[in-house]
Ligand binder design. Sequence first.
Ligand SMILES: *Cc1c(COP(=O)(O)O)cnc(C)c1O
Length: 231
Amino acid sequence: MSYIKDNIMDIAKEIEEICHRMGRDPKEVQLIAVTKTIDAERIREAIVHGITDVGENKVQEILSKYDDVKNVRWHMIGHLQTNKVKYIIDKVQLIHSLDRFHLAEEINKRAKQINRIMDVLVQVNIAQEETKFGIDAKDVYGFIDQIRGLEHIRIQGLMAMAPFVEDPEEVRIYFRKMKQLFDEIKGRNMPGVEMKYLSMGMTNDYKVAIEEGSNMIRIGTGIFGKRNYQK
Ligand SMILES: *Cc1c(COP(=O)(O)O)cnc(C)c1O
């Protein structure tokens, strides 16, 4: 039996168990397999075992695997340089890492050129870490107001990365804050803004994230094992 299959089945079981306990429908939690450093063959194996969505944090990696990995939706989950938007604008389903106005303008421009509307999430730097990208929680409203008029962008939710800690209980508070912000924005019913996805939770902390209301989790190590950055 393949370890990738086993891991995917274990995670599906966890999602089901947590949702059952929380009174949520497991189908509302979308699992994204994070495939950075993972070769096309292993990604295809994950797809055989039920993965429908994959996430990459580098444009170059999407481009190098794109033709070898079919029947899957691609997500851009990492920091996106403005000058690379043009390479992925026709390839990705959702950009999770919108974190500055200039980037929004570029996505809007490139999406318009190919006559599509690009779905995006606003990345929030929820713990105000200097090492992380994202908008401060207090500035999210202003940022959304600034970009929601861009006609070829559709704001579909929020994304966050919690601080790296050993015990995920320590970051529960940040997931809770994200859910509050998400619900608040949703409650305002702003034209052009749909709060549909709350993308948070990785291998180490996804269980807590789901308990706190995440509906999109991004898991790499938990599916494919430890990453090898050497190659
Ligand atoms: C690498 C990465 C993940 C997955 O991390 P794991 O700990 O391997 O599950 C999730 N989100 C982003 C933005 C990442 O870069």
